[in-house]
Design a protein around this ligand. Structure first.
Ligand code: ZN
Length: 259
C-alpha cells in the first residue's frame, strides 16, 4: 500500500517537475567529472535530481539569487553520492542555503567556563547536523574544475550528510549489512594515521591536507577524491578506494578507464 503511494507520488513528481533538456544538458556539461557515467546512469541521476529538488528547498542568503542552473548543478552533485544508494539518505532536513561568497557561520558555543564563543572564520561550506547544507556559490562554481581547484565542495558537504546519518560526522556513516564496521574502522584509521603523519612531516600531499583535521573531514575529502579523481585515491589509499566502492556501490575508477 505505502509502496504504491510512494511510487505514485514519485511518478507524479517526475512528470510535473521535469527538468528541461537544455537546462539539464548545460548543468551536466559544466561538470566534466560526470563524463564517466553512461546513458542509463545519467537518466537515473536525472530522475533523482528531480526528486531531490522537489524534496529540498535551495535558497539564497545575503541577496544571492539562486538560478535554475545553480539549483541543478548543486542537486546533481548531491545525488551522485547516492546514485546507487537511496535518496532517503538525505531525509531529516530540508534546505540548502547558498551564499554569494564565503560566510561566517552564525552558531555559537559555550565553553566549560560558560563563556560564549562565536565562530569567526569564513567558511566555503558547512553541513549542519539535522539542519541545512550551506554553500558558497563561487566555491561550488570553482569545484567544477577539479584540475584547478582540487576540491569539490558539494560532494564534500553531502558526504558529511551521509556521515551524519549515523548521528555524528565521525568518519563512519551507517554501513550496509554486507559491510563490517570493524573493517571500516581499521581501514580508515590506518589510512588516516598515515595521512596525518605525512601532513605532520610537511610532506606535500596530492590530497588536500585539510583531510587530516578529523576522521570526519578525512571521509569527506576522500569522498571528493573518490568521485572527482578516482585514480588518485586508487594510488594513494587503495584499501580506502575499495571500501568506498562497496559503500557507494560505484566504481568511478573502473568507469574512467573504460570511457
Ligand atoms: Zn568538512
Amino acid at each position: 500500500m505505502f509502496e504504491a503511494i510512494r511510487k505514485w507520488k514519485r511518478e507524479r513528481v517526475l512528470k510535473s517537475a521535469a527538468i528541461p533538456d537544455a537546462l539539464w544538458n548545460e548543468a551536466l556539461a559544466s561538470l566534466p567529472f560526470l563524463s564517466i557515467y553512461g546513458q542509463e546512469d545519467v537518466a537515473r541521476l536525472r530522475d533523482m535530481v528531480v526528486l531531490f529538488l522537489d524534496a529540498k528547498t535551495i535558497v539564497g542568503a545575503q541577496e544571492h539569487e539562486v538560478t535554475p542552473l545553480q539549483r541543478v548543478i548543486i542537486a546533481i552533485q548531491a545525488c551522485v553520492l547516492v546514485l546507487n544508494l537511496d535518496l532517503a539518505w538525505y531525509d531529516g532536513w530540508e534546505s540548502v542555503v547558498v551564499y554569494p561568497g564565503e560566510f561566517i557561520p552564525s552558531w555559537e558555543w559555550e565553553d566549560e567556563a560558560g563563556v560564549v564563543h562565536r565562530h569567526n572564520e569564513a567558511m566555503a561550506g558547512e553541513a549542519m547536523l539535522r539542519g541545512p547544507v550551506v554553500l558558497s556559490w563561487p566555491d561550488v562554481e570553482a569545484s567544477a574544475n577539479w584540475e584547478e581547484a582540487g576540491m569539490n565542495l558539494v560532494i564534500h558537504e553531502f558526504a558529511h550528510k551521509l556521515d551524519m546519518a549515523s548521528g555524528d560526522a565521525n568518519g563512519c556513516p551507517p554501513l550496509p549489512s554486507d559491510m563490517s564496521l570493524k573493517e571500516w574502522r581499521a581501514t580508515m584509521t590506518e589510512a588516516y594515521d598515515d595521512f596525518c603523519a605525512r601532513v605532520d612531516r610537511d610532506e606535500e600531499t596530492a590530497i588536500d591536507p585539510y583531510a587530516s583535521e578529523t576522521p570526519g573531514e578525512f571521509f569527506a575529502v576522500l569522498s571528493e577524491v573518490f568521485f572527482a579523481e578516482p585514480a588518485l585515491l586508487q594510488d594513494e589509499y587503495p584499501a580506502v578506494y575499495e571500501l568506498f566502492v562497496r559503500f557507494y556501490r560505484q566504481d568511478p575508477g573502473a568507469a574512467a578507464t573504460n570511457s
